[in-house]
Every structure is written in structure tokens, then in C-alpha cells.
Write a protein that binds this ligand. Structure first.
Ligand code: SF4
Length: 196
């Protein structure tokens, strides 16, 4: 696997809100960790909103929302939530798969279940969030979140039995990812994924 090395400056301070949230949610058994592309573009916005809906609305009892920036850049409570989670869900905005790639970089061996949000709502969105009505974000984010809860949270190891890959539509998958589980997201158009 071709990799790049990144030097991240350490910080001494901690974000109290982030650490308190992590401590509060560091339960036994562990909750399902939900992370997402927190990206700037409208596809990332759908992924971010969907992750928030899963962890704060639709499945708040069994899931915990991961601060990707915090978990990636410092080894404190947020990274520990991912480290100790029996299941990690990565809601990705596009084929770049940023959240799962970032976290497997700092936690080798991590096997997140990757959900490609853009293949669920199945529409080419522009980059700018100012070009997408807020109502559309709500509709798409709910669509993604509901599928994540239905296929990845319910019946998971934290609440039941199935820990295997989740099936859905056919013929589409995230790009081959040596240390992540590839999860089918339903048929969708090619979003510029060079691996497709
Ligand atoms: S281009 Fe991809 S990685 Fe970047 S913000 Fe958008 S969805 Fe996220």
C-alpha cells in the first residue's frame, strides 16, 4: 500500500467539551463509534449531518459521535472511543474515504464499516453548500442516517448478533481498502472514483 507520512504537532491543551463528551460515552460495553467526513463540500455536509442524526437522534443510546479532528490529531478521549469500540461506522462523503483513512492511519488494524453517503442519495451535488437548499440537506441526511441505523446499528454486536459486512444494493462498493471493511451502498453513478 502506498502511504504518506504526516507529522502532526502535539498540543498540550484539551477541549473540555470534547473530552467530557468522550468520558461520558466511554461506556461498558462500548458504544458504536460514528465518524464522518466533516468536509467543506455539500457531500461532506450530508455525511456530517447524517452522522449527527445517527448519534444524536436516531440511535443515541448505542452510538457515540466521533470528533474526527480530535480523534485524528490527538490521542485522548475521542481516539479512545474509536480504539475501544467494537464497531466503528465511517460515513463518507465521497470516494476519498477521508474519515476511515485518517483513523486507520492513527489506529492501525481498525476496520471501520464504510458507508458512502453519496451513493445512497444518488445525486451529484455541487461543492458549495450555498448551492444546495437546506431542506435538501435534511432529506438526504435523513435518508443516509436511516439506512445507517437500519443496516449498521440495529442487529450490530453492541445490540445483537450480526457483525458481518452489511449488504444492500448490488454492484457498488467503496474502493478497495486494505484495512477497512467495504460496505455496499446501493447502485449509484460514478462520482469520479478512479477505482470504479
Ligand atoms: S470532496 Fe469528498 S472528502 Fe472533500 S469535503 Fe467533499 S465529500 Fe468530503
Amino acid at each position: 500500500m502506498d502511504c504518506e507520512t504526516v507529522m502532526i504537532a502535539k498540543v498540550t491543551g484539551k477541549c473540555p467539551a470534547c473530552e467530557d463528551y468522550a468520558e461520558w460515552n466511554s461506556t461498558t460495553p462500548s458504544k458504536i463509534a460514528v465518524m464522518a467526513c466533516e468536509g467543506a463540500c455539500s457531500r461532506g455536509e450530508v455525511a456530517r449531518r447524517a452522522a449527527n442524526l445517527v448519534a444524536h437522534r436516531l440511535a443515541s443510546d448505542g452510538t457515540v459521535r466521533i470528533c474526527l479532528g480530535g480523534a485524528f490529531t490527538k490521542d485522548t478521549g475521542q481516539r479512545n472511543l474509536v480504539r475501544r469500540a467494537e464497531k466503528v461506522i465511517a460515513i463518507e462523503g465521497c470516494f476519498i474515504n477521508c474519515s476511515s483513512r485518517m483513523m486507520t492511519g492513527v489506529l492501525p488494524g481498525l476496520k471501520p464499516e464504510i458507508v458512502r453517503a453519496d451513493l445512497i442519495y444518488n445525486l451529484d451535488l455541487p461543492f458549495g453548500i450555498d448551492e444546495v437548499p437546506d431542506e435538501m440537506f435534511t432529506v438526504y441526511a435523513y435518508r443516509v442516517a436511516e439506512q445507517v441505523v437500519r443496516e449498521h446499528v440495529r442487529g450490530s454486536s453492541a445490540s445483537g448478533s450480526d457483525t458481518g459486512p452489511v449488504s444492500g444494493g448490488s454492484g457498488c462498493s467503496a474502493p478497495p481498502f486494505s484495512c477497512g471493511r467495504v460496505v455496499d451502498c446501493g447502485d449509484g453513478p460514478d462520482r469520479g472514483d478512479p477505482n470504479k
